[in-house]
Design a protein around this ligand. Structure first.
Ligand SMILES: Nc1ncnc2c1ncn2[C@@H]1O[C@H](COP(=O)(O)OP(=O)(O)OP(=O)(O)O)[C@@H](O)[C@H]1O
Ligand SMILES: [Mg+2]
Length: 349
């Protein structure tokens, strides 16, 4: 089965049904500190974002920006001795501080798909056992019904000869095939939210495109919300309604994916857009962003991007911390965003 990725702006997806109130996910002023060799290290700073029911939100940014840790905090899959402040609400329920059975139940509404399926799937268990375990133990579905449901889901993700696949082991399957199995497993849990952390990075380009198209289609059909982590701004725009850009453990900009490339509001977003290849206008060299990405623990209290920003002025580093300013469905964390406007548009092209 070969499917093509959507090339136009994504279909508009369902937002919260009228009267349903709160967003599906609401992260507010989240700070995360990890323990690194006995030292406390701040890795997320004042992260705020929302995901509506059925909405797809992309999270982009350079390596180490805090994308995976944001997803892991939402699912409460954090390393030992991690500490959090702020709030993460899923379906209106506070996730921070949940433990044991209440956490397991709250997490039941979300599924996680990771970059490397081989790291998360037991190599000595058959695909069929992996897929049916949750249905049988959590949803109490009987063995025959669980097998039928798993085979049906394998067909939906483009896998043929499903009875045979169910008897195979992870090592018998290619990376692309195994990622389809992971997507099938994620959807079998009937989630309201899928957290997909670079689900196609380990795959070749053709398989990547097929797997993304399957995820996109199934997500729309089931009305599931998606937090999609990627380095690829174009893929984010093809698959997601909105995109949030992270730098040094902070969200620096959020807006409709379709507008991000052409109307960036933050210099970092413009720099990321400029650093991606333009197939229609090949250049001898790609632009790169001067300097190196930093972690939240190294960033100044003022603008974290200032050291690398071509538009830096004295007041960028003289004022206090820069708030995320919301305006007509967009949010930006830059003291100069109003005056930079069209200048950033030029930067991103
Ligand atoms: N288990 C851990 N213990 C301590 N620090 C960690 C741990 N995992 C990640 N970090 C640190 O937290 C910061 C954020 O990491 P995170 O994995 O969220 O980045 P990312 O944006 O997902 O990067 P990438 O694009 O490379 O996946 C990084 O500085 C990283 O070094
Ligand atoms: Mg990551």
């Amino acid at each position: 089965m070969t499917k093509a990725l959507p090339t136009t702006a994504p279909r508009s997806t369902a937002s919260a049904p009228p009267g349903s109130g709160a967003p599906l996910v609401a992260v507010e002023d989240l700070n995360l500190t990890l323990d690194v060799a006995g030292q406390k290290r701040l890795v997320l700073r004042d992260v705020s974002l929302t995901i509506e029911r059925g909405e797809a939100l992309a999270l982009v940014g350079e390596s180490g920006a805090g994308k995976s840790m944001t997803a892991r905090t939402i699912a409460q899959l954090l390393p030992d001795r991690a500490t959090t402040t702020g709030s993460v609400r899923f379906e209106g329920r506070e996730m921070l501080g949940l433990r044991g059975e209440p956490l397991r139940r709250a997490r039941g509404g979300m599924s996680v798909i990771f970059q490397d399926p081989r790291a998360y799937i037991n190599p000595v268990r058959r695909i069929g056992d992996f897929l049916t375990e949750q249905l049988r133990t959590v949803a109490r579905v009987d063995r025959h019904a669980a097998t039928r449901r798993a085979q049906q889901m394998l067909s939906e993700v483009g896998i043929t000869d499903t009875a045979c696949r169910m008897r195979q082991y992870p090592g018998d399957l290619s990376g692309g095939m195994l990622q389809r199995v992971m997507i099938a497993s994620a959807l079998l849990a009937d989630p309201k939210l899928i957290l997909a952390d670079e689900p196609t990075t380990a795959l070749d380009v053709t398989t990547q495109s097929e797997v993304m198209a399957i995820l996109d289609e199934l997500r729309h059909d089931a009305g599931v919300a998606l937090l999609f982590i990627t380095h690829d701004l174009d893929l984010a725009a093809a698959v997601c309604d909105r995109t949030a850009v992270m730098y040094a453990g902070q969200i620096v900009e959020t807006q409709q994916s379709a507008g991000l490339h052409h109307h960036p509001r933050h210099p970092y977003t413009a720099a990321l857009a400029a650093a991606r290849p333009h197939w229609e206008r090949p250049r001898p060299r790609l632009d790169s962003i001067a300097g190196r990405p930093i972690g939240a623990w190294e960033a100044a209290e003022t603008c974290a991007f200032a050291d690398r920003c071509p538009h830096r002025m004295a007041r960028c580093t003289e004022s206090g911390s820069v708030p995320l300013t919301h305006e007509s469905g967009r949010a930006v964390r830059c003291v100069r965003s109003d005056e930079l406007g069209s200048l950033l548009q030029g930067d991103s092209e």
